[in-house]
Write a protein that binds this ligand. Structure first.
Ligand code: ADP
Ligand code: MG
Length: 263
């Protein structure tokens, strides 16, 4: 596929940003238990289009579980979750479609090990979005170029560094043209010298208007990119504030204690 090596105009990472401000993700009175463990306690959270939220809090506070409920990787006991106004369907094609609107990047690089980088990015658009193969490859190469790994398109995941793999994971999620991107500690498994190459892509996405929920301990990123910091502890959202307010004037003892340990 030499044709794919041609230089082509650079497409925006986030198409269709004409409207901002309306609620894209809404969690209302969400409750979740794992057996006796009450992991999400009356979670109420609204993320507006174009907003970047950084979710912080001690380990075990329910950050990952909350993210996973948003695209139904976890069920909830009660409450309501809406994506762009629509309740999450229970199962089937409708669930697959709604799930496709929520891109997710995890801590561990979960690329398909037996597929090339290009195939990793084109698979879901072809299967779920029924995109023509050529068109999917064009889109994939655009996105891989945007995250700086287009020269690796024909390699296997194991041939790439962790930072490169995580940038491919971001491109793969973006190829579904999601309305929202969830990042759950996307840099915490990376060697330190690779953290910034991933955070830079996330900052760029944020600047292009992507709606994002990011669980991260990277406070530099939080200050640079977040519109709002959400502080969780013991399954509850204890504080939501601008980065300046949260870092300079945390209100709860839990947040003060948390910040004293990480800053
Ligand atoms: P965080 O991401 O903030 O570290 P998690 O959402 O991963 O927190 O976990 C919240 C709590 O739920 C923790 O006590 C964790 O051990 C527990 N937990 C997470 N997933 C499961 C599961 N699948 N089964 C049972 N307990 C779980
Ligand atoms: Mg977690």
């Amino acid at each position: 596929s030499e044709k794919l090596e041609e230089t082509r105009p650079v497409a925006p990472l986030v198409p269709g940003n004409e409207t901002t401000g309306h609620p894209l993700v809404e969690l209302t009175h969400v409750e979740k238990h794992f057996g006796d463990l009450h992991v999400l306690k009356d979670i109420n959270l609204t993320v507006n289009k174009g907003e970047v939220l950084v979710i912080v809090g001690p380990s075990g506070s329910g950050k990952s579980t909350m993210c996973r409920t948003i695209n139904r990787l976890e069920t909830i006991d009660s409450g309501d979750i809406r994506i762009d106004g629509k309740a999450l369907p229970q199962e089937g094609k409708e669930l697959a479609n709604l799930r496709a609107e929520v891109g997710m990047v995890f801590q561990s690089f979960n690329l398909f090990a037996n597929k090339t980088i290009l195939e990793n990015v084109t698979l879901a658009p072809i299967k779920v979005r029924h995109m023509d193969k050529k068109e999917a490859e064009r889109l994939a190469m655009d996105l891989l170029a945007r995250v700086g790994v287009d020269s690796q398109a024909n390699k296997m995941p194991s041939q790439l560094s962790g930072g490169q793999q995580q940038r491919v994971a971001i491109a793969r999620a973006l190829a579904m043209r999601p309305k929202v991107m969830l990042f759950d500690e996307p840099t915490s498994a990376l060697d330190p010298e690779m953290v910034n190459e991933v955070l830079d892509v996330m900052v760029e996405l944020a600047h292009e208007g992507m709606t994002m929920l990011c669980v991260t301990h990277e406070m530099g990123f939080a200050r640079k990119a977040a519109d709002r910091i959400v502080f969780m502890a013991d399954g509850q959202i204890l504080e939501q504030n601008t980065p300046d307010e949260f870092f300079e004037h945390p209100k709860t003892e839990r947040a003060k204690d948390f910040l004293s340990k990480i800053l």
